[in-house]
Design a protein around this ligand. Sequence first.
Ligand code: ATP
Ligand code: MG
Ligand code: MG
Length: 761
Amino acid sequence: MQFRSGTLKGDEKVALKRKGTTADDNEGSPPAKKARSSKKSAPQNTPTVVTEKELVSEPEEDAEVLSSEDEDPEAAAESQEKLQSVLKGSGKDPYPDWKAGDPVPFAALCTTYSKIEMTTKRLEISAHCSKFLQQVLRLTPDDLQVVVLLMINKLAADYVGIELGIGESLIMKAIGESTGRSLAIIKADQKDIGDLGLVAAKSRSNQPTMFKPKPLTVRGVQESLMTIAQTEGKGAQERKVGGIKKLLSAADTQFAGKGSKGIDITKDKGGPSESKFIVRMLEGKLRLGLAEKSVLVALSNAVVMHESKVKTGKDASGQKIAEGERMLKSIYSELPSYEVIIPEMLKHGIMKLRDHCNLRPGVPLKPMLAKPTKSITEVLDRFEGKDFTCEYKYDGERAQIHYVSKDADEVFATAAPSAGKSEGGVSNIFSRNSEDLSKKYPDILQRLPAWVKPGTKSFVLDCETVAWDVKEKKVLPFQQLMTRKRKDVKAEEVTVQVCVFAFDLLYLNGEALVNKSFRERREALRGAFNETEGEFKLAQYGNTNELEEIQILLEDSVKASCEGLMVKMLDGPESSYEPSKRSQNWLKVKKDYLSGVGDSLDLVVLGAYFGKGKRTSWYGAFLLACYNTNKQTYETVCNIGTGFSEAILEEFHTKLSENTIDHPKPFYSHSAGNKDQPDVWFEPKFVWEVKTADLTLSPRYKAAADQLGKGVSLRFPRFIKVREDKKPDQATSSRQIAEMYQRQESVAKNKGPAADDDFEY
Ligand SMILES: Nc1ncnc2c1ncn2[C@@H]1O[C@H](COP(=O)(O)OP(=O)(O)OP(=O)(O)O)[C@@H](O)[C@H]1O
Ligand SMILES: [Mg+2]
Ligand SMILES: [Mg+2]
C-alpha cells in the first residue's frame, strides 16, 4: 500500500491495514513534514475549536504523589478551610465495633473504602480517610502503617519490589472454587457485570455457609496478600489460587448465610463487601478514586488532629493542620517510605519528623521530571530574565545511584535489599520507578569506588546510563542498552558496556542537597567525583542565554548521539531539586520534536487486531490508551499499526496473548461503537513509547474527553519502543494530553502550523 499523505487519519490507516496489508509498510514514512502538510490539505481533520472555558479542567491528582503541578495557592487555602470544617463535623467513629488494642478489623477498612467509593467529592474522600485513620491512631496505632499501605494498594514501598496484579483467570478460578460455583457461571457473571470485584461479592453473598470463620483483620489480609504476591516456582499458580481461596472463604462473614439479601450489587456499588475489595487488591487496582496524595494528606490531618486531642482535648487549629500537611509532604518527597516515616511519627510526633526522617541513601526518591517544549524560542520565553544552563540530554536509562562507603558513620537499617548491604555500606542503583537495578548493573557498582574522591563517603547521584562504544569511544543508541540482560548479570560477562552520565547530586556526606541551588549542587558534584573516560562522566553543558549558541549546543548534542537538551534553572529556590515533580524549571528540547507536540507519548496497550495476509497468526494493530490519574481509568487514544518489525510483532504476540481478558475492564474508557472494538482485550500491563504527527479531536477515542469535551486522538502514531521502566499508571496522563493539545492549538492559532520552527533536522 502506498502511503498517501494527507488523506488518512492514523486510525483509518490501521483500518485499511487490516484489510490485508502489513503493519510496517510505512516503515520510515510519514515524517513530520508530510504530516504537517497533510494537516493543511485535510480540512476535515481540523479539530473543533474549543473555548477557553471548556479547557479549564478540574484539578487533577497526579500519579506522582507529590507533584502539585501549578497548584493555585488561593484554591488550596480555600479547600483547606473546607476540609477542616468537614473534619471537625461529626465526631462519631466511622466503625464502632472495635475495641482499643484489637487488631483493626478488615471490615472497618472496607466500610471506609465503601464510603469513599460512594462519593466523587475530593473533600469528602479526604474526610472519610482522615476520620478512619484517627480511629486507628486512637485504638490500634500499631496497625497504622499496614492500613496506610493498603489504602494506597501497596504491600510495601516500591523499592522492595513486591507487587500484586494477579491475572483475571486465576482470580475467577479462586472465586469459583471458594464459593462452589462453576467457572462457566463466574465467566457468565463477569460478562454480565464486567467487574470481578462485584462478581466475587455476588458469589459470596449467595453462598450458604456451614460455619462462621473468624473475621478478617487488616494485618491478616496484608500478610495473606504478601504471601500470594511472593509465591514463585513450581506450582505457583495453584498455590496462589489456594491462597486467594482461603482469603475469600474468610471474607464477608457478616453476610454469610444471609443468602442473596446479603449484597445487592446493583445498589451502592456492592457496598462494603470484603470479597469485592480483596479481589480488587489482587487485581492491583482499588478504583476508589483515592489518589495516593489524598492518603498522604489525610494521614497528616489525622495525626495532627489526634495529637491535638491527646494533648489538649480539643480539635487542632486550621493552621496546625496546614503545617502538619506541609511537613509530611516535604518529608515524604525526600523519603518516600511509610515504613520509615510512620513509626518515627508515632514515636516523636509529626512536627518533630525533620529530626528523624531525611533523604537517606538506600531509600530511592521519585526523580524530578521535565516539561516538554517545542522550540528554543519557547525555552527563551519561559526562562526570560533567568540564568539557566543547557545540558546534553542522553538517551539511556535514568538511574539513581545510592552509596555509603563501609567506613562512613551513617548506618541505616532501612536500605533496600542490596548487594552491598551485608558488608556494611549501601550501594544501589534505582530506576525511575524506584526498582532496584543493582542486579542489572553489577559492573557499575563494581567500578563505582574508583570514581569517588577520597573524602566522598556517601551520596545520592542522579544520572543516565548510556550504552558505550568502547572502540569508537562514543555513545551508542538506546536500543543497544536494551539488549543488556535485566537480571542476574555477572560483571565479567557484560557485553554492552555502559557509561554513566551524572547530572545532579542530591545528597553528599550525610547532608541532603535538594534545597540548594542547581549551581551549588553541580559544584558539589564536580568536587566529589573523578571522571573516567567511557565509564563515568558529568553531563556536558553550556551556560548561555543566546539563541544561536543554544542552537549550536543542540546540534552538537545530536552529533554526540544525544536526544537534545535539558534546560535547567541555575539559581535561586526555583532551581532546587523537586522530587517526583514534572517541573517548569527543567525543560526538554528534543531534536526531532514535531511541531505542536514536542514529545513522544507513553501509552498502555489495551487491545489488538489480528493481522491479515501472512500475519493472521499475529496481531497487526493495537489499541492504545493514556491514563486518567484522577479517575484511575485508561482512556483510549489511538489504533497503531506502524513502526513494528516482524520480529517485534511476533514477540508482542507471545507476550500479549498471555494477558488476554474476555471483556474490557470496567476502568477502560473506550468507544462503544461496534466497529471500534478490538479483536482481543488485554490486562493493562505494557507501556509503549509512541510518536505522533499531531493531536486531533475524535469521537472514537476518549483521551482527555473530560477536559476537552471530545476525546483526543493521535494522527500517524508510530511505535518507538517498549517502556520497561514505566508502569501502566505512569503512562502519559490525560492531563498531559490535554496540555499537549492545547499548546498545539495555541501555536496553530498564533503562528500557523509550522511557523515557530527555529530549527529542523
Ligand atoms: N542532562 C540530563 N538531565 C536530566 N535528565 C536527563 C539528562 N540527560 C538525559 N536525561 C534523561 O531524560 C529524561 C527526561 O526526558 P525523556 O523525554 O527521556 O523522559 P521520559 O523518560 O520519556 O519521561 P516523560 O516522557 O514521562 O518525561 C530523564 O528522566 C533522564 O532519564
Ligand atoms: Mg529518555
Ligand atoms: Mg517521554
